[in-house]
Ligand binder design. Sequence first.
Ligand code: FE
Ligand code: FE
Ligand code: ZN
Length: 302
Amino acid sequence: MLIIGSHVHFVKDQLVGSLEEALSYNANTFMFYTGAPQNTIRKSIDDNLTKEALKLMENNNISLNNIVCHAPYIVNLANSDAEKHNFSINFIKNELQRCKKLGITKLVLHPGSAVKISKEEGLNNIIDGLNKILEPNFPVILLLETMAGKGSECGSTLDELKYIYDNVIYKESLGFCLDTCHLNDSGVDLENFDEYLNEFAKQIGLNKIGCIHINDSKNEISSHKDRHENIGYGTIGFDNLLNIIYHKKLENIPKILETPYIGPDDSSKERLYPPYKFEIEMIKNKIFDENVLEKIRNYYKN
Ligand code: FE
Ligand code: FE
Ligand code: ZN
């Protein structure tokens, strides 16, 4: 079954708000940050809202198992500064507990950035952090995201991800999240996606892929930029993305759109309109719609 959704807001009404937003896009999954992605301020989970959300999910045939949480991108396990490293460890532990409380089984994490230290040191700090975070048989799996390799980002190659994976003790509590924009920008040719997938299967194992972020890219392969583009408007292209979305070996893995909001016109810097309802529709129809930007603007304008 195709499991498709987008990232959505969480702060208003927690899971209920997220779910209602996802339903407005005709999605059957979604991903959310438990607070602002740029900071680590978090409100406590309201059990009544969670209960209400679970009922609403049941009514709409949405499985909690497919819903994904994303840790804020400012936590950095690669940091050598002991205080910052420990802060990140504790924050992620808390975030895993928050997921557990919500019944969410997947938490996506950017591995980290090796700022002012070597890549190797950064990777070892990440491993150290993960070994302090992960527990055996924990109900929430931590998914490391494949990165574009912007700046000093760790985890932009299969070798780096495998190095982390090999050195983590409780492997059953660790998985991975592929991001198509990041893969392209890191140097993976998505025209030959099977090659990458076979390599991933050999090095780590396809059963370790817990989520896939579906984004087109504004930049060429190997650009190490990480700028997402709307589906069909970037260098990856609609057909290559569709091939990944409907790949037989990736069935039943949640696919999450993180494409940019649309401005009121092409030159506008204001980004007001979520594209997800229409991108999901194109994905379900398997046909790229040349008028999709116009349709999005018309739909949300009023
Ligand atoms: Fe991410
Ligand atoms: Fe992503
Ligand atoms: Zn990105």
